[in-house]
Design a protein around this ligand. Structure first.
Ligand SMILES: [Zn+2]
Length: 271
């Protein structure tokens, strides 16, 4: 499987192919088995859920307490996907643009404005949501407020979720907004859930991390329930968990390898 390891930068070009959205060819490649799966299941729209810090080994360790994700994976695909950085902003930029960090130069939300100021037409920071909007499709995004503002005037539906210390409440609000956005039947919806990342900073192998995984899965389940037939769900991590020092002494060899290679889970399933 390692020989054919995919990259987070492959997600945007794959969505482009599945939904026939024209885009300038980025760094990433189309994931053929994902395209084949979408064709086989006649998928008409895509819901992309970025589950912060959902590493591949972390998912495998806890898949039995994530029934919604597990059900999608068992009937669909579970792929190993190589991350592009250890921090959230550059990873999400790669997921949404299809470019590697050395191409998009986005390391924080502010960088999006800086790079755009240099070259307003640069395709390297243009997200698949914007390419979809250009093609006359409806796209929607649900992310933290500051990030959502970068989409203002560029896509129809943007939902900014204010940052808060209560991360379970944050994800609950993001899920509520995602469900609201689904009511308008978007062709492409992207949502960022953050519980796992926040709890990984505080506690590993503890009840809190498991709670965050269960909570994330419950939110995925609510989103899946509210989407129409013919929806392709893509669930991916952005990087492996932070707080690695606490994890390492208890980690299996495979988990250590996974962390060093920064491999995240990419789950694809159709409803
Ligand atoms: Zn992250």
């Amino acid at each position: 499987m390692n020989d054919s390891l995919y990259s987070l930068a492959d997600i945007a070009p794959t969505i482009s192919r599945i939904l026939s959205i024209p885009m300038v060819v980025p760094d990433g490649n189309v994931i053929n088995e994902l395209e084949d799966y979408a064709i086989e299941h006649d998928c008409k729209r895509v819901v992309l859920i970025i589950a912060d810090s959902l590493g591949f080994a972390l998912y495998r360790r806890f898949e039995d307490i994530m029934p919604a994700a597990d059900s999608l994976a068992r009937h669909g695909l579970l792929l190993e996907c190589s991350s592009v950085d250890r921090h959230t902003s550059p990873c999400i930029a790669s997921i949404l643009t299809g470019y590697l960090p050395e191409s998009h130069h986005v390391h924080s939300t502010q960088d999006i404005y800086r790079v755009r100021a240099k070259d307003p037409a640069s395709p390297k920071i243009k997200t698949i949501l914007e390419w979809a909007d250009d093609a006359g499709l409806n796209s929607a995004v649900v992310i933290e407020s500051e990030g959502a503002e970068t989409f203002r005037g560029r896509i129809n539906e943007l939902h900014g979720i204010p940052n808060t210390d209560d991360i379970a409440d944050y994800d609950k609000r993001a899920t509520g907004s995602a469900i609201g956005a689904l009511g308008k039947d978007p062709d492409l919806l992207a949502v960022h859930l953050r519980s796992i990342d926040r709890y990984a900073h505080c506690s590993l192998h503890g009840r809190e991390l498991e709670e965050a995984l269960r909570n994330t899965d419950a939110n995925i389940s609510r989103i899946v329930e509210c989407a129409g037939k013919g929806t392709l769900f893509l669930i991916c991590g952005d990087h492996t968990i932070h707080g690695w020092e606490k994890w390492k002494p208890k980690a299996a060899d495979e988990e250590i390898r996974n962390h060093e290679k920064n491999i995240v889970a990419l789950i694809a399933g159709c409803k």
